[in-house]
Design a protein. Structure first.
Length: 407
């Protein structure tokens, strides 16, 4: 999401569901496996790679991510409030799973990971890295794929659409800074190399075209190549240099790349796709009711061509009216493309007017938006179970049960 200052509170309870996978070689009569339970997909999160325009597991099964964003790690540390906003225990993870969720996107702060001197050392450097790594391990062990997202970065920017004037990593910048983003991704890649259950989202929401008077040609050039970009006073890390940084470590993790206009504009993505020796790139897309591309006609003209070529992961979807009138048709459209999506955000602090929030209390009570999202996930899981004969066994929590498992 474009601007945010508050975080997520995670729930605590004990239920268990599993990961959505299905055979990429299955017949057209076999529906995708949305929100399968532990009864059908037990164990750790699948190891992922790209095959055509699909995410697949190590055994060749297609994996579709249905998840949430877990805000807090991008800002709490730099605001001297800690590392997380809310608990990160296995019990809290299981409550997320009760919604039918199989993946969590964790926004990161460049300065906190790198241990910049202006951040409290209690919440940065080795302490921050260890906390994030521990959370990732718990999520993976409980069947959840994880997306690590470079969210807030250094670099002074006061041009059009500026979110703050500080050179510190205290807000969303138009592009990441070369000085710190490259060391960041080199370190992250080394930390998680060999764990392909983790996806790297190279930069949250680029908007370099805004800095250059809506010059999209220059915006895409900056996006890909970085360097000295018009209107951005610091040297930029382009997508190609960040791909190179990750691959230089030997890490083959799937990489997500968001387009222009805060990852909402993907026209130009295919023609500017970086070179990746691992052939493991996915397009990241953010879609809210207040974005420019918020109609099915736009999705069909701008987003569908990308989804036909590479995996599409809508890393943030939502609406700021506490309802589900936008995300319901959006999810239906994404389902028709076998695309992945994650809802912003698993957070009790947003009041819908300031940003989309899925929950209102730590016991799991949903907002209207959250109830719609949960209901849709469970509806897809039930439809799949009926179509395939899979039994929704212990661990599948229905939409009317908070923290309870129903057989």
């Amino acid at each position: 999401m474009r601007r945010r200052v508050t975080g997520v509170a995670v729930l605590a309870a004990s239920v268990a569901t599993g990961v959505a996978v299905f055979s990429s070689a299955g017949s057209a009569a076999s529906p995708p496996a949305f929100g399968l339970t532990a009864a059908t997909n037990p164990g750790a999160a699948p190891q992922l790679h790209v095959s055509g325009n699909k995410l697949v597991s190590a055994t060749g099964q297609q994996v579709i991510l249905h998840g949430v964003d877990r805000s807090g790690t991008e800002y709490a540390c730099v605001q001297n409030k800690g590392i997380f906003d809310g608990p990160t225990s296995t019990a809290s993870i299981n409550v997320m799973k009760s919604y039918g969720i199989n993946s969590v996107r964790v926004p990161l702060n460049e300065a906190c990971w790198n241990g910049d001197s202006y951040v409290n050392p209690a919440y940065s450097g080795a302490n921050y890295r260890a906390a994030v790594e521990g959370y990732v391990k718990r999520l993976n062990a409980d069947g959840m794929n994880v997306i690590l997202d470079l969210h807030w970065t250094n670099g002074a920017y006061t041009g059009p659409a500026s979110a703050c004037s500080s050179a510190q990593a205290t807000c969303q910048k138009p592009m990441p800074d070369a000085a710190q983003a490259i060391p960041f991704w080199t370190s992250v890649a080394r930390t998680f190399k060999g764990n392909d259950a983790v996806i790297f989202d190279l930069f949250n929401e680029p908007y370099p075209e805004q800095a250059d008077q809506m010059n999209y040609a220059e915006g895409w050039h900056c996006w890909l190549h970085g360097g000295n970009c018009a209107g951005i006073p610091y040297p930029v890390a382009g997508m190609q240099s960040m791909v190179n940084a990750v691959r230089s470590t030997g890490a083959n993790n799937v990489l997500m790349l968001g387009g222009l206009e805060w990852s909402n504009y993907l026209n130009g993505w295919l023609s500017h796709e970086p070179v990746d020796p691992a052939h493991n790139l996915a397009a990241s897309w953010h879609s809210y009711n207040f974005n420019a591309c918020n109609t099915q006609s736009c999705w069909n003209s701008q987003i569908a061509p990308v989804a036909a070529k590479v995996p599409l992961i809508a890393g943030e979807i939502g609406e700021n009216d506490c309802a589900d009138t936008y995300v319901r048709p959006l999810m239906n459209w994404l389902n028709s493309k076998s695309a992945s999506y994650l809802a912003w955000t698993w957070n009790t602090d947003f009041n819908c007017a300031t940003g989309p929030g899925l929950i209102t209390s730590y016991n799991g009570k949903p907002t209207g938006f959250g109830a719609g999202y949960e209901s849709a996930l469970h509806g897809m899981a039930t439809a799949h179970a009926l179509a395939t004969g899979h039994v929704l066994g212990t661990g599948h929590a229905l939409a009317n049960g908070r923290g309870k498992a129903h057989s």
